[in-house]
Design a protein around this ligand. Structure first.
Ligand SMILES: [Zn+2]
Length: 414
């Protein structure tokens, strides 16, 4: 085993558990709300930006619009609402399903990738999700879609003029029972997937599928007044229902299911906990933090943390606000790649970025007491920590653009 591999082990081992380790878990949904809801509107009707998005804005919610860039589109309007936080997703170039693509690779490319890229180019916002026109897809086609989009939207309950407000409300309430499901509705094209890990998120997440607003025609249009009264009901659930775009909820769920959380240390006085939150998900696709629940001494605290294999020290006092409904911290990305930090016994080898640019490197106990400070310089790559006891410490470094920190475990070389 190479020294640097041993270093990695040294950091992971020797967790300093006290008598009562805090319990750390990943919340099912953001801010530990028990259920989530997304509202999707297909086919790119102009009512999306004229009526629906302004209505959602009025309630403080964001909606998802699946559009077809091959049709006539008011791109300034789609761009405006996309930049305002609504999701504009891919619904093929001109509403084709695999039946209508005849296995032609150029056509498939246009309907999936070119379509996506046109939306990105016109709105300036990344496109992450895809909805199947007519709910039709094959296994092979779905694989292709998912190579180019992190997530797809199957058909679920189709909301609209066929639902009364009370029925729509009932569908949202199903999310709290964990019984709401997204599911394929029609299966005329080849072999269909009945279930999938990417759709395994169903319990707790309600997804409305709608099209136009009633006075504009289209498939099962939803009267604007019904939609408003439905949103008034949804608003009353806001304390316990996370309402967000399909992709925001979907990426959270995928990341949640890809990540594991582990307590790697906690202080004797129970004010700091070090956690490792590695995830197997593609970091290019995931951009939002997960909500961690830390339960300690009968207290439950919430923290938002971007997944990382590097241990992160969470100091309760930094973030906990008494009386707040949600106590959240977003971890800042480390200004240097701390994976490059090497430890060999009690000698710390700084990565070049830290060596050349860090203003200060501090060693703290896990409960926050500063033990030593160092001023690195280009000639001083190795810091000798042999005067410190073995055990876990928090290393912090200050760069021009902010602080970074990670846990390090010093050990005796043999
Ligand atoms: Zn459609």
């Amino acid at each position: 085993m190479k020294p640097f591999e041993m270093l990695a082990l040294g950091i992971m081992l020797q967790a300093t558990y006290g008598a009562a380790a805090p319990t750390v878990s990943i919340a099912s949904f953001k801010h530990d709300k028990p259920a989530a809801a997304s509202f999707t509107f297909d086919d790119g009707f102009s009512s999306g930006y004229q009526t629906v998005a302004p209505l959602f804005d009025e309630f403080g919610f964001k909606a998802t619009f699946y559009i077809t860039p091959g049709g006539s589109n008011n791109w300034n309007k789609w761009k405006e609402i996309a930049q305002n936080g609504h999701e504009v997703g891919n619904h093929t170039y001109n509403h084709r399903n695999p039946n209508q693509m005849a296995g032609d690779s150029a056509v498939i490319h246009k309907q999936v990738i070119e379509s996506r890229d046109i939306i990105i180019g016109k709105t300036g916002i990344e496109v992450f999700s895809y909805a199947y026109p007519g709910c039709k897809y094959t296994v092979e086609f779905r694989d292709y879609v998912l190579q180019h989009h992190p997530i797809d939207r199957p058909c679920g309950e189709i909301y609209g003029g066929n639902y009364t407000v009370a029925q729509a409300n009932e569908l949202i309430l199903k999310a709290f029972e964990g019984t709401h499901t997204l599911r394929p509705t029609t299966a005329p094209v080849g072999e269909l997937l009945e279930t999938s890990s990417r759709w395994g998120h169903d319990p707790g997440w309600a997804c409305a599928l709608a099209h136009n607003i009633a006075d504009g025609g289209g498939f099962r249009p939803w009267p604007a007044d019904s939609l408003r009264r439905h949103l008034e009901f949804v608003k009353t659930l806001e304390e316990s229902l996370w309402v967000d775009t399909y992709i925001n909820v979907g990426l959270y769920v995928m990341e949640r299911d890809s990540a594991t959380v582990e307590v790697v240390s906690h202080s004797s006085s129970d004010v700091t906990v070090g956690v490792s939150l590695p995830s197997s998900m593609n970091a290019d696709w995931y951009t939002a933090p997960l909500t961690l629940i830390i339960e300690d001494g009968g207290e439950k605290r919430l923290y938002d943390l971007v997944p990382s294999a590097d241990p992160v020290a969470i100091k309760y006092a930094d973030t906990y606000r008494k009386g707040g409904t949600v106590n959240v911290r977003t971890s800042r990305k480390s200004p240097v790649d701390s994976k490059m930090l090497r430890l060999w016994g009690k000698r710390l080898v700084l990565p070049a970025g830290m060596q050349n640019s860090a203003r200060n490197v501090g060693i703290f106990s896990v409960d926050g007491v500063r033990i030593a400070s160092y001023r690195p310089n280009p000639k001083r790559q190795v810091i000798d920590l042999s005067h410190l006891n073995t055990g876990t410490y928090v290393l912090k470094w200050q760069m021009a653009n902010g602080w970074g920190s990670r846990l390090v475990t010093l050990y005796e070389r043999r």
